[in-house]
Design a protein around this ligand. Structure first.
Ligand code: IMP
Length: 195
């Protein structure tokens, strides 16, 4: 019998990515799939605290096993910014293009362009919380390239690649992806619990 988990997000891109990495033993329901219409706040200063908040809110509401994830783009030359503020870097509009424009502006005279995506997953499993982390290191390009993916994908080139995330298919992105690495840890954990 496959296990069902609610994924506490309204981000359809993330739901698509995560559904593309889970096997047949796990059924992931988005909030929309579970019939939940709620905008979960992300008020805290760390990815960990925001992920915990999101999974806790949904667990309290549904009493079901669930997980959430929070991801930030951490740029070394900007002391880790935009980090936990990645979605709202250029303002409350959460506009991907404005965020990219501001990032490139802030890095325009910078040669050191190392960056990483960091994902934190908070799983609530049988009333207990577990955290899993996934990191993808790379660099910020000088100009956006590609139309696939979302967020900062057009300006992020992972280490080991010569094209941006937005130029990759989902399978190619999954070979590097921070979210996939964190998700693999969650899947390994569940496989142990269920075996
Ligand atoms: P949050 O986890 O929904 O708060 O995401 C923060 C922001 O980081 C998103 O709005 C995107 O701009 C960005 N982001 C998260 N994951 C990715 C990714 O895989 N590629 C590109 N940008 C991402």
């Amino acid at each position: 019998m496959p296990t069902t988990l609610i994924f506490a997000t309204n981000n359809t891109n993330k739901v698509k990515e995560i559904k593309s990495v889970v096997g047949e033993n796990l059924i992931v329901l988005s909030l929309a799939d579970a019939g939940i219409n709620i905008d979960i706040p992300e008020p805290f200063d760390t990815l960990e605290a925001n992920a915990t908040e999101k999974s806790t809110v949904i667990h309290q509401l549904t009493k079901k096993n669930c997980f959430s994830e929070d991801t930030g783009l951490e740029v070394a030359a900007l002391n880790g910014a935009p980090g936990v503020k990645s979605a709202r870097y250029a303002g409350e509009g959460r506009d991907f293009q404005s965020n990219i424009d501001l990032l490139l502006l802030n890095l325009q005279h910078e040669h050191h362009r190392a960056a990483q995506f960091r994902t934190v997953i908070s799983l609530i499993w049988e009333q207990q919380e577990y955290l899993f982390e996934g990191i993808c290191t790379g660099k910020i390009s000088h100009e956006p390239k590609g139309t696939k993916g979302f967020g900062y994908d057009p300006v992020f080139i992972p280490d080991g690649a010569i094209i941006s995330f937005a130029e990759m298919t989902m399978d190619e992105k999954n070979q590097f992806s921070h979210r996939k690495k964190a998700m693999n840890k969650l899947i390994d954990f569940l496989m142990q619990k269920l075996s």
